[in-house]
Design a protein around this ligand. Sequence first.
Ligand SMILES: Cc1ncc(COP(=O)(O)O)c(C=O)c1O
Length: 304
Amino acid sequence: MNSLQATHFSLVFPARNLPRVFELDRGNRFASRVKPPKVSSCLVSDAQQKVEASLEPASRESKEVMEMERNVFVGTYARAPVVIKSGRGCKLYDVDGKEYLDMTAGIAVNSLGHGDQDWLNAVVEQANTLTHVSNVYYSIPQVTLGKRLVESSFADRVFFTNSGAEANEAAIKFARKFQRFSHPDKKLPATEFIAFTNSFHGRTMGALALTSKEQYRLPFEPVMPAVTFIEYGNSEEAKKAIQPGKMAAVFVEPIQGEGGIYSATKDFLQALRTACDEAGALLVFDEVGSLNFCSHKQLDFFSF
Ligand SMILES: Cc1ncc(COP(=O)(O)O)c(C=O)c1O
């Protein structure tokens, strides 16, 4: 495509600059003793090189921005060689005015597109009224949004977080606390977790422990212990592993997004629901932006 290019490629790079992260340590603590491990960024795909080869050479302005980025940022993300300046609806424009079709939406977060007028009005109005008060006080928009979410979903309560990883961290803590709370007389309540092959739950230490892909996890070990990985979709193995008094929670993505789109079957999710109920374990659905604790009611949500 000449004037209209798709930007899905912004997802797809192996991280290039990790050794630079280590070199940044002036005392060279890592560089002298540890060979920097090869770490890949989220959503890596071989398509990257083909896409990069198909792009026109970067303009001077783009090159300057990329150079500046290399000089001041820790190199954990390998970005597409495109400097985006503005967006409108589902279109993006780079510093040279070239138009792109936005296939990533900020990785599935700009669901209204760029510059949606109603969203813009709401943001401007709110920023002009009250900017931020933390959770130390009540505020009307926060409570109103919570109420709306509860009314329009299976959930009885909401818990707001800043990211998917943080939502999973909260779920880990809720699960541990739930087990302590429901077995007050037990010295060692259930503390273990199950996650599945091909899973991705985030980059913090707890969420990383639930992430099956070794390239994400191994460079940072030891992560949170006591996580068992089971083949995604294997109900029999999962049922065997979901032991009462042992498993605090099972984390599953009803639709896996990392490394391909894999959808769980109704039977698999139903088997997890039943096994968790029987074992007194929680079942956590990681749905990227919307992490939910499943109750029996959730099955209605998925039209079970
Ligand atoms: C299923 C799933 N869980 C958790 C996360 C982590 O979300 P965040 O990047 O907002 O921490 C992602 C991110 O892609 C995800 O796909």
